[in-house]
Design a binder for this molecule. Structure first.
Ligand code: NAP
Length: 255
């Protein structure tokens, strides 16, 4: 309890999956949480759930690929909660999974627009508020596929590699402002994103077991496995940690 007392945290793509778990854990640790997403019913319900648990939260509709929307929402959050201390760039999509020579420009741009430009827009428009707060923490959701390759989903893997280095660049640029920037690299986590990905496979159960077996620990992770990493990087426990990669992958990248 209280690891994030008095902090205001913004989480994008927070209605489901990893973002949802991170929002709940951050609120339980005392943060006031701005829940951002494009699926309003689920986002509103999560904000209510957090308030019912005794936490502080409010939902904003925010498509991270729209700079105007991101800029307006960041201003509204700072006005509502009085400050912004933490930004979790979590919103992301998996996009087309087929060989590079079959990917269309539109399929490529769709993924980069959310996974890369979304991180850029949210960081750009949160920074003035983090500076005004005297510092803060930005946590970018990359992936194991920001560290190693795989023979599928080229736009996604490119986007997560970009997020890894955007994190290191911003860590260096904003260190003098006491703003820390780190990336998290999850293995497969059982969320709606992964469920949809596996639904497209001919045998879902077999595909699920196959994915689980990629991890030396023998199973996929849960959203909370990542949420606790988010809490750590958001808290002052990680005050000497910036530009780093927090790998939470059941050993996937250890071989
Ligand atoms: P998820 O279950 O699909 O949840 C992501 C949320 O973001 C959804 O509510 C989604 O809405 C929303 N979203 C999509 N586009 C958006 C946009 N333009 N603006 C704002 N919100 C948007 O995903 P997840 O599995 O929790 O993944 C969260 C992050 O972790 C992603 O960046 C992902 O790449 C990364 N990650 C996940 C895994 C994994 O195994 N799950 C592994 C490595 C990294 P819709 O449902 O309408 O799309």
């Amino acid at each position: 309890m209280n690891r994030l007392k008095d902090k205001v945290a913004v989480i994008t793509g927070a209605a489901l999956g990893i973002g949802r778990a991170a929002a709940i854990r951050m609120a339980d640790e005392g943060a006031a949480v701005a829940v951002l997403d494009i699926i309003d019913a689920e986002g509103e319900a999560l904000a209510l759930e957090i308030c019912d648990r005794g936490g502080q939260a409010r939902y904003w509709h925010c498509d991270v690929s729209s700079e105007a929307e991101v800029a307006r929402v960041m201003t509204e959050i700072a006005a509502h909660f009085g400050r912004i201390d933490v930004l979790v760039n979590n919103a992301g999509i998996s996009g087309a999974s087929k060989p590079t020579h079959e990917i269309t420009e539109a399929e490529w741009d769709l993924v980069q627009g959310i996974n890369v430009k979304g991180v850029f827009f949210c960081t750009k428009h949160a920074i003035p508020h983090l500076k005004a707060a005297g510092g803060g923490s930005i946590i970018n959701l990359s992936s194991i596929y920001g560290l190693v390759g795989a023979a599928d989903a080229p736009p996604y893997h490119a986007s997560k590699g970009a997020v890894r280095l955007m994190s290191k660049t911003d860590a260096m640029i904003y260190a003098p402002d006491r703003i820390r920037v780190n990336s998290i690299h999850p293995g497969f986590i059982w969320t709606p994103m992964v469920a949809h990905f596996l639904e497209d496979q001919p045998d879902v159960d077999e595909a699920r077991q196959g994915v689980a077996a990629l991890h030396p620990l023998g199973h996929m992770g849960e959203p909370d496995d990542i949420a606790w990493g988010v809490v750590y990087l958001a808290s002052d426990e990680s005050k000497f940690v910036t530009g780093s990669e927090l790998v939470i992958d059941g050993g996937y990248t250890a071989h």
